[in-house]
Every structure is written in structure tokens, then in C-alpha cells.
Design a protein around this ligand. Structure first.
Ligand code: GLC
Length: 544
């Protein structure tokens, strides 16, 4: 095995202008409240991230995406923002943010801020002003979506919120409903109002000015709704059994054709991009959209020239450990699309891959295939440790999906337990009572234990990303993926990735002189691809 021999390179010193830095970047998602707590209040914070930068840098990632740290009443753990330019004191202040930016940049790592343009908190001054203006109001009132009751006095249409219940909340003072795709405490903004775009150009410019290199755009597919507010068609009851993509069951009972992913939503990103300043280092800001859509063809629209750079394709977060199924979701956008899909196995809204797929070995085997796809890979904190799902206790559940919609089985708390820095019961957190319970230790132990174990999940990830950094710039933007029985094969330029998703070993037929670059399980022979193993190889030098 040659996994430690791959050349090392950092994003900042490797890449001139093409391909852009993000094309095959590894972006580490920090779910701030569960990452690292510097002050013992039980909640992770910006200083905690600074304190753990060696862990992040040691992985070899190119950028960090930090989940929202803005002032928020916390009904959706920070995704209900009451001041888009501020920093919640629980997480730090502008000085801490500045230090984080500087420390990251010194280490050659970029920073993405997670922005939430679809909705505000109900406590946001815009919404408070909209309430004060009343139904005749014309300025802040029009920042939101208001509608009169239907003839029967009920909500204006049948739209359902992603966290359950009607998507319309009655506002008694003005005798109108307002729209919310998520909680009633998260009123949706009216992006058909050009003032809303002006506000957001200003907000993003603020963070670019403070040193951000780009943005992860929360629910980017959701910003526009059909102006006539038609009912969504009702789906067959059978379809409701499937609960993909982080929506509670009730929201899956409707075909979501009028309240999200409208044809013209992609134009907003062209308008936004055209008006954004460059980053401090003179780059175009990187725009990554969270596009929670079942159809990759629809996702492609978001990454056409001048729109977003990358859009998350929600195919791999649900895929089973099955070669044919994985091959089916590993798609590349049609030619002519300048942006790329954003790839991931998990995030703060999804089950942990080691739990969902059955083991840390399986999770790494699939991740190593997905990573090789053209497009950035979004590595969620803890995935590098093989963290497993937290068992949800109905009494201590924190996620509104569990608490309000009562759907414990899709509660996002499972993926949000604090990072185990040590094997001790407090997991190295200065507080014995973190905001959410500690989960079980991963198979290979805590981050500290894994750091010292050359065969740990963490060190296998490090070797993988080190190998990736030395290869990716020479790879074409296209690739071919096939499955043959339990074998998944991905070919991208010189790189061949083979994954055995079956229960037994398979013979490996590598041409004489083939270089094995990395394998997901330690040891092993060049003649065998073991069960639940992925191997990266490239042909002998003369063939290259
Ligand atoms: C996104 C976030 C999720 C949040 C929702 C509403 O899907 O990832 O955590 O609850 O948007 O903002």
C-alpha cells in the first residue's frame, strides 16, 4: 500500500485560476454548536473552532463551512435568524470571527458562511416592522408573503410546512395569513420584491468585507413561490411512506410544484452574483446552494453559467450499500453546465453514514467513490471519525421535527451530537451537560485516540484526502461510473476507483505495474478487493 507516498499540496499554493479552487475541493462542515466549546457553557463556539484548527487542517480540507452563528431565538437552532449581520454572543463576537478568518487563511483554508435567505426569524426587525405596518403596509409588509383567508376562513391554500402542519400562520391583528416553509417562527421572505435582493446584496457584502470567501445558501431552491398561490396536487397515500430529504411525512403528501423550485428562482442567483463584490483576496465569491430536490436535472439549472458555482445533489445521502444504486446516483451534469454538483454523504440534517450504511468501513468505502466525482465534497464533522447516530430520547429531543411534528425517526438530532474529542464520559467537553447528549463513541474511538492510531478512520481519511490533493488537478471534469454485480467502478482520467459492496472478496485484476494509491482498509493484497473495501489505483506510468 502506497497511501502515504502521494504528493502533498494545499489549495492555496496549487491552484492558479483554472480549475477554480472549489472544483474538486473538500469542504468541511462545522455544525458550530456541536463542534468544540471554548467556554464551558455546553455549546460549541467560534473560539472552539479556532482551538481545534489543527484537527481541521490535519485532515487536509480546502474550506470550512460554518453553520449559522447569527443572533437567533433558536427555534430551529440558528436557522431562524434575527440579525443577518450580527454574531450571537453565545458563539463569539466580531473579533472572534476576525481571528477565525485570519487563522484559517494563514493555514490556506477558506471560509464559507451559511446564509439563510429564504426566511427570517419572526423576531427579525423586518418582520416586526411588517406586523406594525399592518395589512395596508407597503414597505416591510411586502418583504413577506401575506394572504387573505380562503372562503371558509382557513389558510389560502393546501401548502404544508416542511416541519409539519399548514405553511400558513394566522396573524389576528391584520386578519391575514403569512407563509412559512418551516416553522411559524420562520416567516418566508418575498423574493419577488426587489428590496429583498438589495438587502441580501448588502448582507453578503458585509461578510465578504469581513473576510468570507463564499456562502452556503440555505434551501436555495425555496426562495420563490408561485405568485398565484395554487394548491399543490395531492399525491397517492402510498408515496407518503417514503420520507426523503429531511421533510416530515405530511410535507411528502403533496407534489411540491408551486411552493418551491419555481422555474425563475435560478435567475435570482444570476442577479445576486452580478452584484456581489469580490472577496478580500480578489476572487469571485464561491456560491454553494442547498438544493433539496429529488431530480438531478432540476438541480443542474442552478449551476448554469452565471448562477451558483455548486449545488448540492441529494442522491447520495440516502443511497443504500449497493453498487447499482450508488452508480445510479453518481451523475455528472450535462455538458455546457459550468458549475458542479456538491457531493456529500451526510450533514447536520441527515443520518450518519456509519449508521445508515451499517459500519464505518462501509461509509468510508462509499465516501471514497463519491469523493472522486467531479465537484466539491462536503465532509460533515464527525464523518472523518465514523461517528454514529445518537439515539433519540423523546424527553430530551431538541429538533423541531421531533418536538413539534413528533417524528422521532427522522429527527435530525441523531447527527448533531457533540464531537467526541476524548474517550472520557465528558468527551473532552468542558461542560458535563452539552446542549445535546453525547452519542456513543465511534468504532475507532474519539478524535484523540484516532489521531494516534495509524489505522483509524481518521487516519484513513487523512491519507485519502492527501492522495486526492495530489491527483485532482490533473483529472478531467467528466467520469464514467458502472456497476457489475457487487462491484462499483468509477473511472476519471487516470484514476480508477473500485468498491466492493458485496459480502465476500472479489478478485482484483490490476494490469502489471498498476499503482495502488489508497485503499479504505489497511493491509490487504493486490490480488483481492475485500468486502466493503474501496481501492484507488492508476495505470503504470508509460500508459499515463
Ligand atoms: C436547511 C438547513 C436546516 C434548516 C432548514 C430551514 O435545510 O440545513 O437545518 O432547518 O434549512 O432553514
Amino acid at each position: 500500500m502506497r497511501q502515504h507516498d502521494a504528493p502533498t499540496a494545499r489549495a492555496s499554493d496549487r491552484r492558479p485560476s483554472t480549475p477554480p479552487w472549489w472544483a474538486d475541493a473538500v469542504i468541511y462542515e462545522v455544525y458550530i454548536r456541536s463542534f468544540a466549546d471554548s467556554d464551558g457553557d455546553g455549546t460549541g463556539d467560534l473560539q472552539g473552532i479556532i482551538d481545534r484548527l489543527d484537527h481541521i487542517q490535519g485532515l487536509g480540507v480546502d474550506a470550512v463551512w460554518i453553520t449559522p452563528f447569527f443572533p437567533s431565538p433558536g427555534h430551529d437552532h440558528g436557522y431562524d435568524v434575527s440579525d443577518f449581520r450580527g454574531i450571537d454572543p453565545a458563539f463569539g463576537d466580531t473579533g472572534t470571527f476576525q481571528r477565525l478568518v485570519d487563522e484559517l487563511h494563514q493555514r490556506g483554508i477558506r471560509l464559507l458562511v451559511d446564509v439563510v435567505p429564504n426566511h427570517t426569524s419572526h423576531e427579525h426587525p423586518w418582520f416586526q416592522a411588517a406586523l406594525a405596518e399592518g395589512r395596508e403596509g407597503s414597505h416591510y409588509r411586502d418583504y413577506y408573503l401575506w394572504a387573505d383567508p380562503a372562503d371558509d376562513g382557513g389558510p389560502p391554500n393546501n401548502w404544508v410546512a416542511n416541519f409539519g402542519g399548514s405553511a400558513w400562520e394566522w396573524e389576528p391583528h391584520s386578519q391575514q395569513y403569512y407563509h412559512h416553509s418551516y416553522l411559524p417562527e420562520q416567516p418566508d421572505l418575498n423574493w419577488r420584491n426587489p428590496h429583498v435582493l438589495d438587502e441580501w446584496v448588502d448582507i453578503l457584502s458585509h461578510w465578504l468585507d469581513l473576510g468570507a470567501d463564499g456562502f452556503r445558501i440555505d434551501v436555495a431552491h425555496n426562495l420563490l413561490k408561485h405568485p398565484d398561490l395554487p394548491d399543490n396536487p395531492v399525491l397517492e397515500a402510498a408515496a407518503r411512506q417514503d420520507v426523503p430529504a429531511g421533510r416530515v411525512r405530511s410535507a411528502r403528501g403533496l407534489a411540491r410544484i408551486y411552493d418551491m423550485d419555481q422555474d425563475d428562482v435560478v435567475d435570482l442567483y444570476a442577479h445576486l452574483r452580478a452584484r456581489l463584490p469580490r472577496t478580500r483576496s480578489g476572487e469571485e465569491p464561491f456560491l454553494l446552494g442547498e438544493t433539496v430536490l429529488d431530480n438531478p436535472d432540476r438541480v443542474e439549472r442552478y449551476i448554469q453559467t452565471g448562477r451558483l458555482d455548486a449545488a448540492m445533489w441529494f442522491g447520495t445521502d440516502r443511497v443504500p450499500f449497493d453498487a447499482a444504486e450508488v452508480a445510479r446516483v453518481l451523475r455528472t451534469p450535462s455538458s455546457g453546465t459550468s458549475g458542479r454538483f456538491g457531493w456529500f454523504l451526510s450533514n447536520h440534517d441527515r443520518a450518519r453514514p456509519a449508521s445508515r450504511l451499517g459500519s464505518a468501513d462501509r461509509a468510508l468505502a462509499i465516501a471514497a467513490a463519491v469523493l472522486a466525482m467531479p465537484g466539491p465534497y462536503l465532509l460533515y464533522q464527525g464523518e472523518e471519525l465514523g461517528m454514529i447516530d445518537l439515539e433519540i430520547d423523546p424527553d430530551t429531543a431538541r429538533d423541531p421535527i421531533a418536538r413539534r411534528a413528533g417524528e422521532l425517526d427522522v429527527s435530525r438530532d441523531r447527527a448533531r451530537s457533540p464531537i467526541p474529542w476524548t474517550d472520557q464520559p465528558d468527551r473532552g467537553w468542558p461542560s458535563t451537560e452539552p446542549w445535546l447528549a453525547h452519542g456513543p463513541l465511534p468504532e475507532h474511538g474519539s478524535a484523540t485516540t484516532q489521531h494516534h492510531d495509524p489505522e483509524s478512520q481518521l487516519n484513513r481519511w487523512r491519507a485519502l484526502l492527501n492522495t486526492w490533493a495530489g491527483l485532482r488537478d490533473a483529472l478531467p471534469p467528466s467520469c464514467a461510473v458502472v456497476s457489475e454485480g457487487n462491484l462499483l467502478i468509477l473511472r476519471r482520467g487516470d484514476l480508477t476507483v473500485q468498491t466492493n459492496a458485496g459480502p465476500g472478496p472479489l478478485p482484483l485484476h490490476l494490469p502489471e505495474g498498476t499503482e495502488i494509491l489508497w485503499r479504505s482498509r489497511p493491509h490487504g493484497s493486490p490480488q483481492t478487493l475485500r468486502a466493503e473495501e474501496t481501492i484507488w489505483s492508476r495505470p503504470p506510468a508509460p500508459a499515463r
